[in-house]
Design a protein around this ligand. Structure first.
Ligand code: HEC
Ligand code: HEC
Ligand code: HEC
Ligand code: HEC
Length: 333
């Protein structure tokens, strides 16, 4: 009897403890202390102590056209306030607020259309950590630029310059002008008009989900524990033969051991002595090769196209002569 009572007591205490924990985490989610801290900084900056007690509240940007719900601003409260440029994350204001970010107001674009990541989540581990097989991992640094081509599909065109996306422009120049062996010798890349079949097609590689990528890529030789598509591609550029070494097998005819499936992809990093930063830029460029059929960018988000900057030395084209194409006869209804 005594044992039963004790057991009952222990179980009840555990239950109360668990309930307490659930209530505590619900009442004190991670975003709340960040918002409080934001208002304390704001109060100090504005010289108005009353602001420090502004009630915190959960907000979200619902973007039905993009099928996205972004809650990033619950922690990144200072994102659109230029006065927060000197603050640590997550309070710091967004870079280029005065520049091209004006053309992408947060109310219309949210965050994940450029940064990917788990929009509705309000937990740091989920929004910034590696959540394996989460379709879109949070992009930071140069990798963010691989999202621009979701909408700016003209970025890969010859002569079109986007100084705002320096990694993509660098990748375009490297792969079309600098690299001694052109990628198009082996790869089909629709954006660059190449159709070779010696290697996998790259035209839509940036639009693949993490899961579909994981299923057809071997991560066995990837050094980083981050099993993400960008990490695989980065390490593959560093050393293609290390990531895709092939397999040893016995040749049935000769009885000799041979390696099959070892990649023929040249090591561009070694050949051109690319820095780690440049290798990430090349990775961002590869991931900016997107498939419009997968991205399905809604009309309201399609930007105007940029006119190519013609090379200075190019002679002016002669004015078109009076050749006319026949006007098709009106169809009878
Ligand atoms: C629960 C609070 C929280 C939420 C929600 C949140 N963040 Fe953050 N974010 C942080 C903190 C804290 C940091 C700084 C520490 C760090 O880098 O992990 C940060 C840093 C960042 C950085 C800079 C990272 C780097 O390596 O330079 C980016 C980019 C970013 N967040 C984007 C986002 C996006 C996009 C979302 C929405 C999908 C989001 N955050 C949602 C708290 C949050
Ligand atoms: C139009 C695309 C775009 C949108 C929309 C966008 N960002 Fe960014 N963000 C970028 C780019 C590009 C960078 C710069 C990355 C780099 O070069 O380091 C960046 C950088 C950042 C950084 C790192 C800042 C630093 O100084 O290191 C944070 C944090 C961030 N964004 C959060 C957000 C949040 C939160 C939202 C939504 C409220 C958002 N971004 C919306 C493109 C975007
Ligand atoms: C979801 C679609 C979308 C994404 C992603 C996007 N943009 Fe844009 N961008 C637009 C639209 C739409 C406009 C036109 C806005 C306007 O004119 O009001 C625009 C305008 C611009 C402009 C000014 C117009 C011009 O051509 O000079 C620049 C520069 C620009 N974007 C750069 C970028 C960069 C760099 C990125 C990636 C970091 C990016 N955009 C990501 C949709 C997008
Ligand atoms: C001599 C032929 C050859 C050339 C030239 C070449 N590649 Fe490759 N590449 C391959 C082969 C074969 C594979 C597939 C086997 C492997 O390496 O995993 C591959 C794989 C890739 C992958 C991974 C594809 C995937 O499905 O994940 C990328 C990205 C890539 N190459 C980019 C490039 C770029 C960028 C260039 C030009 C700078 C280039 N390649 C030039 C042969 C080539």
């Amino acid at each position: 009897m005594l044992f039963k009572n004790m057991l009952f007591g222990i179980l009840s205490l555990t239950l109360v403890g668990l309930l307490g924990f659930v209530v505590y985490t619900q009442e004190n989610p991670e975003w709340k202390p960040y918002q409080r801290q934001y208002y304390r900084i704001l109060a100090e900056k504005m010289g108005d102590p009353k602001l420090a007690s502004t009630p915190v509240k959960l907000v979200q940007t619902w973007l039905p056209d993009l099928s996205r719900t972004d809650r990033c601003v619950n922690c990144h409260k200072g994102i659109s306030n230029p006065a927060f440029a000197d603050q640590p994350q997550p309070f710091k204001s967004h870079p280029f607020l005065d520049g091209y970010m004006k053309k992408h107001p947060f109310e219309k674009f949210g965050c994940t259309v450029c940064h990917d990541g788990d929009g509705p989540s309000t937990v740091v581990e989920k929004t910034h950590g590696i959540v394996h097989h989460l379709d879109r991992q949070l992009a930071t640094g140069v990798m963010v630029q691989s999202a621009c081509t979701r909408c700016h599909t003209d970025m890969h065109e010859p002569g079109v310059d986007y100084p705002e996306a320096p990694a993509i422009m660098w990748g375009k120049k490297f792969t079309t002008e600098v690299a001694l062996i052109k990628c198009g010798t082996c790869h089909a890349i629709r954006q660059y008009g190449t159709t070779a079949v010696l290697a996998p097609e790259l035209s839509g590689i940036g639009s693949r989900t993490e899961l579909s990528f994981y299923l057809v890529h071997d991560f066995q030789h990837v050094e980083s524990p981050k099993h993400l598509k960008s990490q695989w591609e980065f390490e593959h550029f560093l050393d293609p033969q290390k990531i895709t070494p092939g397999k040893k097998q016995i040749n049935k005819e000769t009885g000799q051991e041979e390696v099959v499936g070892r990649t023929i992809m040249p090591n561009f990093v070694k050949m051109h002595q690319l820095t780690e930063e440049q290798t990430w830029m090349l990775t961002a460029w590869v991931m900016s090769l997107r498939d419009p059929k997968v991205e399905k960018t809604p009309m309201a988000y399609v930007p105007p196209r940029r006119a190519p900057v013609l090379a200075q030395s190019e002679p002016a084209k002669p004015a078109p002569t009076g050749k006319r194409t026949p006007v098709p006869a009106k169809r009878k209804t």
